[in-house]
Ligand binder design. Structure first.
Ligand code: F6P
Length: 552
């Protein structure tokens, strides 16, 4: 395909569009009867099972999606990413988060230079530093061990680490390593979040980690200054060097801020913010909390999926299959949203993290060459752990709008409970729902069944479920650090696959800039009004009215 050709102009796209009519004639209730079809839609890698038989696809659909992948040059684009080519062309950057979890002896190049030794240099430094903090050999200004960490950062410098921390908290091995320690996050510039993040903490025993790729993000820098003052006020300004460290690509600004460059942990411009949890962004705070060896297992889990994604034929390649199915749902069946439904409370922060990775990556209006797209990209991601979500928004998914669902289940609970006299464990109860919901969505319930159940006539329309609602199931063996790494990488690569097929740049995020620059105009106005009592000027009627009221 010529680079300037939009994917929607290819015969393969048109073929899939035509194929929708054929799919419209099917119902999942019937498709699920075909065990050969279902068998071909279950695949497994490194303990993870993917079942996509409840997607609205025939084997022919999957074949057509592979043809679309071919014309989109998916394989070549994946290779270009792994070869360190500057596929983020609007920022002239490689996209190499895979290098962050590569084994020490691997070679992955950016600008002709193997970046893996640099990655391991920082990982070794984190290992050493976190061991000193955890063992108490590094102490705070008053000689006390630093048992508590507040990680200050926002967006990609927050959501990924929070997701992994929340997942590891309940893993027995990780929890054992975290005994006596606390890890908190401060993201929002709302002063309430500052209060929440330090309530009950003693500055004498607290280490603040400022996490910002650019070290310019307004919210993070204000929160960092706020915590610097909190430390200085309690322990004196000289205490800052003992109580504050940084993670950034901008070491000059780190030093300017007053953090000793020796206590800064670098990463690189080839790591996108939302793909940075495997860099010092996540590895430092998580190693401080759980120890480096637990975090290393998390990196290894992600690395296993990186190899799988790079080398497995598409028919059995979990991220590729997931990505192509998403393209099918969004672009052809026109389902704009996707629900991420982990049947695991430990994954409660997974959907918020994927929301950023997916929506900041793929919510684009032009092709990678800058051509306006005549079709919509990206999907609206949201989710909650099951079973909580079932008592919240599932009503809409069952009888309202069609929203393809990702059901994520875990075979072995990290915290099993077996009540005396009860054979079905608490985890079994949870998983009963994980297994039941996809069928409820796929099969629905017809009037005839309701009549047999003697449901009164006037209630039949209300109790009917249309079914034919697509979902897929991912079953993980457990939820240890390794599995968490696998899950992360599966979704990261799935999102890349979608972007590669749509022909967009999934690795820039210009859409967040406009709001930032308008906020800075408002900030200037607030400054002028507060210092020189100047009236609000240069805004539209609505903003002027509200700003004036706010200033009053
Ligand atoms: O909100 C946009 C964004 O640029 C994200 O992509 C990024 O993760 C976040 O801001 C934080 O940026 P930084 O790490 O530079 O503070």
């Amino acid at each position: 395909m010529a680079t300037s050709t939009l994917i929607c102009e290819t015969p393969q796209w048109k073929d899939l569009n035509d194929h929708v009519e054929e799919i419209k004639k099917t119902h999942l209730r019937d498709l699920m009867q075909d065990s050969d079809r279902c068998k071909s839609m279950i695949t497994e890698f490194d303990g993870i099972i993917l079942d996509y038989s409840r997607q609205r696809v025939l084997p022919a659909t999957v074949e057509k999606l592979f043809q679309l992948a071919e014309v989109a040059c998916l394989k070549q684009k994946i290779d270009r990413m792994y070869n360190g080519e500057k596929i983020n062309c609007t920022e002239n950057r490689s996209v190499l988060h895979i290098a962050l979890r590569a084994a020490r002896d691997k070679a992955i190049k950016s600008d002709g230079k193997n970046v893996v030794p640099d990655v391991w240099h920082v990982l070794d430094k984190i290992k050493e530093f976190s061991e000193r903090i955890r063992s108490g050999s590094w102490v705070g200004a008053t000689g006390k061990a630093l048992t508590d960490v507040v990680a200050v950062g926002i967006g990609g410098s927050f959501l990924g680490p929070l997701f992994v921390h929340t997942a590891l908290q309940t893993d027995p091995e990780a929890a054992e390593c975290a005994k006596g320690r606390q890890l908190r996050f401060l993201a929002n510039v709302d002063p309430i979040d500052v209060a929440r993040s330090i309530t009950g903490l003693n500055p004498e025993t607290t280490l603040v980690v400022v996490v910002s790729k650019t070290f310019t993000t307004a919210e993070t820098m204000l929160n960092a200054r706020t915590l610097r003052e909190w430390i200085s006020a309690a322990l004196g300004p000289q205490a800052v060097s003992k109580h504050m460290v940084a993670v950034s690509t901008n070491l000059t600004l780190v030093e300017k801020f007053g953090i000793d460059p020796a206590n800064a942990f670098a990463f690189w411009d080839w790591v996108g913010g939302r793909y940075s949890v495997c860099s010092a962004v996540g590895v430092l705070p998580l190693s401080l909390q759980y120890g480096f060896s637990v975090v290393h297992k998390f990196l290894n889990g992600a690395a296993s999926i990186d190899d799988h994604f790079h080398s497995t034929p598409f028919e059995k390649n979990i991220p590729v299959l997931l990505g192509l199915l998403s393209v099918w749902n969004v672009s052809f069946l026109r389902y704009p949203a996707r629900a991420i439904l982990p049947y695991s409370q430990a994954l409660e922060k997974f959907a918020p993290h994927i929301q950023q990775v997916s929506m900041e990556s793929n919510g684009k209006g032009v092709s990678i060459d800058g051509v306006p797209l005549p079709f919509e990209t990206g999907e609206i991601d949201f989710g909650e752990p099951g079973t909580n979500g079932q008592h919240s928004f599932y009503q809409l998914i069952h009888q309202g709008r069609v929203i393809p669902c990702d059901f994520i289940g875990v075979m072995r609970s990290q915290q099993p409970i077996y009540l005396k006299g009860e054979v079905v464990s608490n985890h079994d109860e949870l998983m009963s729902n994980f297994f039941a919901q996809p069928d409820a969505l796929a099969y629905g319930k017809v009037a005839e069944q309701l009549l047999n159940e003697k449901v009164p006539d006037h209630l039949i329309p209300h109790k009917t479920f249309p079914g034919n609602r697509p979902s897929l199931s991912l079953l993980l063996p457990s939820l240890n650090a390794y599995n968490v790494g696998q899950l992360l990488a599966i979704y990261e690569h799935r999102i890349a696959v979608e972007g590669f097929v749509w022909g967009i740049n999934s690795f820039d995020q210009w859409g967040v800039e406009l709001g930032k620059s308008l906020a800075s105009q408002v900030r200037k106005q607030l400054h002028l009004s507060r210092t020189k009592a100047e009236p609000v000027e240069g805004f539209n009627f609505s903003t002027t009215t509200l700003l004036t009221r706010y200033l009053e």
